[in-house]
Design a protein around this ligand. Sequence first.
Ligand code: PMP
Length: 314
Amino acid sequence: MKCAKGDKFSQGSLVPYGNIEISPFAVILNYGQGIFEGLKAYRTEDGRILLFRPEENAQRMKIGADRLCMPSPSIDQFVTAVKQTVLANKRWVPPLEKGTLYIRPLLIGTGASLSLTPAPEYTFLIYCTPVTSYHKSSLNLKVESKFHRAITGSGGTGGIKSVTNYAPVYTAITEAKANGFSDVLFLDSATGKNIEEVSSCNVFVVKDNVISTPETNGAILPGITRKSIIDIALDLGYEVMERTISVEEILVADEVFCTGTAVVVNSVSSVTYKETRAEYKTGAETLSEKLRKTLVGIQTGCVEDKKGWTLRVD
Ligand code: PMP
């Protein structure tokens, strides 16, 4: 779908996958006026296809678009376009045991402008690709104290899925991987004392059966998996706190785990901060495994969806 500045998006169309043409002056290329989303389509045991809370992605895209001075598709347009894309690619939705169809909605300023002004034209497109369902081995994280993930802090862009938030992760992650870590845990930019999130997932800390996660104060992405895990944990009777968590605190936790559309719920086996390495409980008996099973059960139609989180596509 395309739309001019100040306009609404009109109905788009399905086109075969291919390259898109873009002006070298396009605002997305020069000034990063762009935002994206990520969600998955799941095939159930009896062959249905489900989306998980797509209206949450639509809402998050809208908030991000407002922040970057862009028009956005309506919630209804977003969800309908996702459904149509999945339906057209039905045969690519893998069977449950093999994986899922990853869906990437992208909203970019494709209009040309050399001066620092919002693009005169926007493109909203969706592409998708099958991804394998992996239950990744536990993560060993390095606390990053030099670089920041995004322009974090209130008023920045840490709370939205701006395309410009992601490349600043590369240096930190490349260094961490070269030293044997699987990912990086970023600290807040104001004090450098509190944990924020991992490069593309949210983080949770468990101590004495109480679950805590950093609050979404504009610095970190309000993950849809994060929100769902909080609800599931509360329903299961756990105490959950959204609050400031110092790096010292994570080092003495019982359990640590990450959440996100891609990783689902992934346990963390260790966190290293400067010279200190903390190790955590992982495996079948952990709280994160209990939460992961419930979430995946709902997403794939194996556990009753009492909250109406899933949307049938076919
Ligand atoms: N934080 C960041 C920086 C992310 O890119 C993502 C992935 N979208 C998440 C957290 C997790 O969000 P969600 O659960 O909505 O995928």
